[in-house]
Design a protein around this ligand. Structure first.
Ligand code: NAI
Ligand code: MG
Length: 352
């Protein structure tokens, strides 16, 4: 791809996905030093219900040919009998992560000034909340390594095997240390359950120790996942970079979003640090069918996801400018007033 014009696969998806994606693209256009060539792909619940297709191989290969992917959200109405559970999660979201080798699931968690947190004042007074979770994205219990026997009988057996490879653990731990050494506090906390999950735990621990030895500038810490839940609620300022497995990371990141202003602000990247395939950036939230089509969704998480995209593509200055514009917008938000989705996007774009 020509340096001046990176290609962008845009998957707006369902529900509020198209509404928040439109604002992310609006902000990207004014903030980015390069002009993106976007191609829109209609994937998600709507397409599945209309055509029975989830992610045709030909579409996957087209998407693979882009420099980056911006995704809104996919998912239908709750308990739609025509939409089998897991079909979009496994067939679209997880398939993209596995096929495009998104082994780093990146979730920055920052409590911006003026943003309400459910945490008590004495907890917030302990220090600024500004950490990033590096969640392993291609292994653990999410690989589909399992099965069921005698389903529906009293003797039913169901297994979900957690897959941990030395290769997979090492590359994500290395990414966490590399990120930490670029941050002011330079600290990595491994979150696992090494005392009970002794096989996977031993592998993670040994790899963590070995990579730590190569980074004398980075401070390390270890926490069992249950204790980490306590500290996220009582002393989140102690975290800088958290590295953890796929399942623990799924849970840790939702609590992290909850303590830093909620789902409307939480951005994420599904990153392939080796750049063998495009990385995908998306808000953490889903398609929110309850407010879809009403211009009620907060597009901030999608806009911050676009900032992560710019940072990944080598434009950290533009990414920081978006974050600063969001920060300024958040500082002026007052309770009681509501703006339309597009008004929030306009306001943030206007600051750039
Ligand atoms: P959700 O995140 O869509 O909604 C949860 C609650 O948060 C709702 O009350 C919603 O109105 C609110 N909310 C979410 N985003 C918001 C925003 N930007 N601004 C203001 N309010 C917002 O999660 P839910 O309800 O569990 O799932 C709805 C659908 O989304 C399901 O089909 C689910 O499978 C799908 N989903 C898709 C994801 C993705 O595409 N990565 C992630 C999570 C869920
Ligand atoms: Mg989750």
């Amino acid at each position: 791809t020509a340096q001046g014009s990176p290609t962008l696969a845009v998957i707006p998806g369902d529900g509020i996905g198209p509404e928040v994606t439109a604002e992310a693209l609006k902000v990207l256009e004014v903030a980015s030093p390069v002009t993106f060539a976007p191609t829109r792909y209609d994937l998600g619940a709507e397409r599945y219900l209309a055509t029975g297709e989830v992610l045709p191989d030909s579409v996957l290969e087209e998407v693979r040919g882009h420099d980056a992917i911006l995704l809104g959200a996919v998912g239908g109405k709750p308990n739609d009998p025509d939409l089998p559970p897991g079909i979009l999660e496994r067939g679209l979201l997880l398939r993209l992560r596995f096929e495009l080798d998104h082994y780093v699931n990146l979730r920055p968690s920052r409590l911006y000034p003026g943003t309400a947190s459910p945490l008590a004042d004495h907890v917030l007074e302990r220090g600024d909340i500004d950490f990033v979770v590096v969640r392993e994205g291609t292994e653990g219990p999410y690989t589909g390594n399992g099965g069921a026997l005698r389903v529906g009988t009293p003797a039913e057996i169901a297994t979900e095997v957690s897959v941990n490879t030395a290769y997979g653990v090492e590359r994500v731990v290395r990414d966490a240390f590399a990120r930490a050494s670029r941050r002011p506090r330079k600290k990595v906390t491994l979150v696992h359950k090494t005392n009970v999950l002794v096989n996977a735990g031993s592998l993670w621990w040994r790899v963590f120790e070995a990579v730590a030895a190569e980074h004398p500038d980075v401070t390390t810490d270890y926490m069992h996942v249950d204790a980490a839940m306590i500290f996220l609620a009582t002393d989140p300022a102690r975290f800088d970079v958290i590295v953890t497995d796929n399942l623990f990371g799924d849970i840790v990141t939702d609590l992290a979003a909850a303590i830093t202003g909620g789902i409307g602000l939480a951005a994420s990247g599904n990153v392939n640090p080796d750049r063998t395939a495009p990385s995908m950036f998306e808000p953490v939230h889903g398609s929110a069918p309850d407010i879809a089509g009403q211009q009620k969704a907060d597009p901030t998480a999608a806009i911050l996801s676009a900032a992560l995209l710019l940072d990944h593509l080598g434009h950290p200055g533009a990414a920081a400018a978006i974050e600063a514009a969001v920060l300024a917008d958040l500082a002026e938000r007052t309770t009681g007033t509501t703006r339309r989705t597009s008004e929030v996007g306009d306001a943030i774009a206007a600051r750039l």
